[in-house]
Design a protein around this ligand. Structure first.
Ligand code: SF4
Ligand code: SF4
Length: 352
């Protein structure tokens, strides 16, 4: 029979024997130290996972390096978590310490479990995507360097998930992250009237705008943008290269806080705006790194043990969050003027 589906191999062919043998029998897991988890089965079997931070964009040399480590200590088994951490899966307790020593020798950080900042997920950035307002990978590299201690130690009230999306189309997980950084444009697209009718389909361009800000300009065989209606999303540039939106002077990032996915305890939460704008400042994005560190420090000092970022804010109230962090509350935080009287976002509901 000829093969018609060339997808990845079935996962059962790749997992360690200990996981296959104890499928559905795992009783609990515990953290032995930051980055090292012990999973215990009802059969008495023990599996150890050792979590290592990855640079997310991995070279072939790096992949070879981690495969070499896996061959030596975990019978060739490792996995990438959804946040691009690398986990070595060991069925032999005696191999855990030697593995940790080797990882330390190679400068690979162990952590990201428990009440830590795990690896930071991000989208593509300037290198790969057309509508990026910031460089997700460069910004995340700077953040990970700045937050190293939060990865290797458990010094937060609960886990903190951080994500970066380089535009508000946000193909990353920023809407449901404890701290979310979103690249933002702040000016409408610039229209190259000479070029537009040669490279773009005008009806598609008009349809691409979610706010109806684009109107035809038959005289120029082009389009016009109503700046009052434009929300700088860059959708039109996606379908029409004659409408570039990237702007080195005005693009930057906004920071949202308090989102999370659902878990066994509580429902999901959306992130909400904390800092409307910080400039792009490559290569180290100093302002953004300092702002995130500050947000973590205030949370660490004030939240109760076990509280996620958004749970802490809900308990103390948004007014107090802005007071404790010293962040200014501005009109930018009111994102729904129509319903402002009935939502938490209205200034009149804030009790300063
Ligand atoms: Fe592209 Fe936006 Fe996704 Fe970044 S977040 S990769 S700019 S769609
Ligand atoms: Fe419309 Fe977005 Fe283009 Fe502005 S940037 S004109 S809102 S599609």
């Amino acid at each position: 029979m000829s093969r018609t589906d060339f997808g990845p191999p079935h996962y059962s062919t790749l997992i360690p024997d200990i996981i296959k043998e104890n499928y559905g029998k795992w009783l609990y897991h515990e953290q032995i130290r930051p980055g090292v988890l012990k999973h215990v089965s009802e059969t008495g079997a023990e599996l150890y996972t050792v979590r290592v931070g990855s640079p997310r964009l991995a070279s072939i040399d790096f992949i070879r390096e981690i495969c070499e480590i896996a061959d030596k200590y975990s019978k060739g088994h490792l996995r990438f978590t959804s946040r691009h951490n690398i986990e070595f899966l060991l069925d032999d307790k005696e191999m855990v310490e030697p593995l940790l020593e080797e990882l330390a020798r190679r400068g690979l950080p162990v952590g990201g479990t428990g009440h830590s900042v795990s690896n930071i997920v991000h989208t593509q950035g300037w290198v790969h995507c057309h509508s990026a307002a910031t460089d997700a990978s460069g910004l995340v590299k700077s953040l990970m360097d700045g937050l190293y201690d939060y990865f290797v130690e458990n010094k937060l009230p609960n886990m903190v998930r951080i994500a970066v999306a380089c535009c508000l189309n946000m193909c990353g997980a920023v809407h449901c992250s404890d701290i979310a950084i979103v690249g933002i444009h702040r000016k409408p697209p610039r229209i190259d009237h000479e070029r537009l009718h040669k490279v773009c389909e005008i009806p598609s361009v008009i349809q691409s705008c979610p706010t109806g800000a684009i109107k035809p300009n038959p005289k120029l065989k082009s389009v016009d943008v109503n700046p009052d209606k434009c929300m700088y999303c860059g959708n039109c540039y996606t379908v029409c290269p004659a409408m570039p939106i990237a702007d080195p002077e005005n693009d930057g990032v906004a920071i949202f806080v308090g989102g999370k996915v659902s878990n066994a305890r509580t429902a999901p939460k959306f992130s909400r705006l904390a800092i409307p704008y910080l400039p792009n400042n490559p290569p180290r994005w100093t302002e953004t790194v300092e702002a995130v560190k500050h947000l973590l420090e205030v949370y660490a000092e004030n939240a109760l043990p076990g509280e996620r970022y958004g749970e802490w804010i809900e308990r103390i109230g948004w007014e107090r969050f802005f007071k404790l962090t010293g962040l200014p509350f501005t009109e930018k935080h009111i994102d729904d003027f129509i319903f402002a009287p009935t939502t938490f976002r209205t200034t009149t509901q804030f009790n300063w």
